[in-house]
Design a protein around this ligand. Structure first.
Ligand SMILES: [Zn+2]
Length: 442
């Protein structure tokens, strides 16, 4: 029998049917949240919206957007650790995870039994899309007990992959030499963590990562958006034979969006999520397929434990709904950066990913290890602290810096200044480089 190209036929549902299904589920979750969550009940009332007022996607825009700080504020005000978002008795919740805490004090993420199964289904579709197959050996490495851990474990089992899952901190070279003996076909992890593992292996074993992990077919990596040249670089460094796929995720809403083999954005499943893109300044909804980016606002259509309705993720992306070359009809998010990393230079708005796309053109800086120093709200030039590859000679640093600045001027139309630093000279949180160091707040 010929193998299907999809895990679930719903991945190819015609868009008109998908939109209809989405609207039906959207109206149901609004009604459910209004009557079961004190948080939403209060916010809907304040905005003078009732579930009956929402009959179209346009009506849905009347519902106020909320963000992580609103959860924290409500939690502080009411003393409820779930901020009034939990819609079922605690005994019906299987697991409670704190969010990653990248942006401050963590909030809680819950999984009830049905929600865990739905999240696992979402991941099975992603696994199949990134060319994993039943019987593959999968290695997942996550920092401690990450929110993707519980659905991953359920998904691997359902999918039929053999899983080695490692929740680890700190990173030691011996551990990754030993784990390589498992000879995985498929790896799933955080990009900054992968870089830290690579550095550790190099420094303490004298080996290159491909000597240990060569033969891995596919790698799915989250944590930060992926420029294309860096992807090729990773494939060579780790000896990956198939492909590297970018993953975008947001813990609170449980949304996960992953690239397909077309590598033209990250598919998320619209039978499970409704996503809007909002202009960060006006708050207006930006229509999909306009190529314009804005804040990713997510509504989970399935979560009855802790629904997230118009949740502003503070991440920036644009949305594509045109049919993808892979045949899937579900939309794609093209992730960019965090809103808090938006800077103004020479009258232009720039995100670190724009800089990264320029500097990865140079083999000496393909890895994109840099931080922008924000020294004023409106800057006249970019000040960048950057690390280059270890093989660059000190006498070549100046010429390299001026070539990169020239390219930044051509591509982004702004002046730049580069200061070479070692990796430890860059600000890092949980192995992730802080892309913008806000010196105006120091
Ligand atoms: Zn696709």
């Amino acid at each position: 029998m010929q193998e299907s190209a999809y895990w679930n036929v719903i991945e190819r549902l015609p868009r008109a049917e998908l939109e209809e299904l989405k609207l039906r589920r959207l109206r149901a979750i609004i009604r459910y949240a209004y009557y079961n969550s004190p948080f939403y009940h209060k916010r809907f009332k304040e905005a003078s919206v009732t579930p009956d007022d929402v009959r179209s996607f346009k009506d849905f825009e009347k519902i106020p957007v909320f963000r992580k700080d609103d959860i924290r504020a409500e939690r502080d005000k009411t003393g409820d650790p779930f901020a009034g978002l939990l819609c079922m008795p605690l005994e019906d919740v299987l697991l409670i995870n704190p969010s990653t805490g990248t942006t401050g004090i963590p909030t809680f993420v819950t999984y009830a039994e049905t929600e865990l199964k739905i999240c696992a289904e979402m991941m099975c579709r992603h696994f199949w899309m990134t060319d994993a197959r039943p019987g593959d050996k999968a290695l997942t490495i996550q920092l401690n007990w990450h929110w993707l851990g519980p659905p991953s474990v359920t998904a691997y089992r359902r999918f039929g992959m053999h899983l080695m899952i490692d929740f680890v901190h700190p990173i030691t070279a011996e551990r990754y030499v030993w784990l390589a003996g498992f000879k995985p076909d498929f790896m799933f992890m955080d990009q900054p963590l992968l870089m830290a593992i690579r550095d550790e292996i190099r420094e303490h074993t004298g080996k290159e990562p491909h000597e240990l992990y060569g033969g891995v077919r596919n790698l799915v990596c989250g944590g930060e958006s992926f420029p294309p040249k860096f992807k090729e670089h990773l494939m060579q460094e780790f000896g990956i034979t198939g492909g590297v796929y970018d993953l975008y995720g947001c813990s609170e809403s449980h949304i996960v969006a992953v690239e397909c083999p077309e590598h033209n954005g990250n598919h998320f499943w619209e039978d499970m999520f409704h996503v809007e893109i909002l202009d960060p300044d006006s708050g207006d909804v930006i229509p999909p397929d306009s190529g314009e980016s804005g804040e990713v606002v997510v509504t989970s259509l399935f979560a009855r434990d802790m629904p997230f309705i118009r949740y502003g993720t503070e991440d920036v992306a644009y949305l594509e709904t045109e049919r993808c070359g892979c045949g899937r009809t579900h939309a794609r998010l093209v992730p960019r950066d965090r809103i808090s990393w938006r800077i103004k230079v020479g009258g232009k708005e720039i995100y670190p990913i724009d800089v990264r796309r320029v500097i990865e053109e140079f083999p000496e800086t393909v890895e994109g290890a840099f931080t922008i120093r924000k020294y004023a709200h409106e800057m006249t030039k970019l000040k960048i602290d950057m690390r280059h590859e270890p093989w660059v000679r000190p006498e070549d640093e100046e010429a390299l810096a001026s070539s990169i600045c020239e390219r930044i001027r051509e591509k982004l139309g702004v002046e730049a200044e580069i200061r070479w630093v070692s990796f430890s000279g860059l600000p890092v949180i949980f192995h992730k480089i802080e892309r913008v160091l806000d010196e105006t707040k120091m």
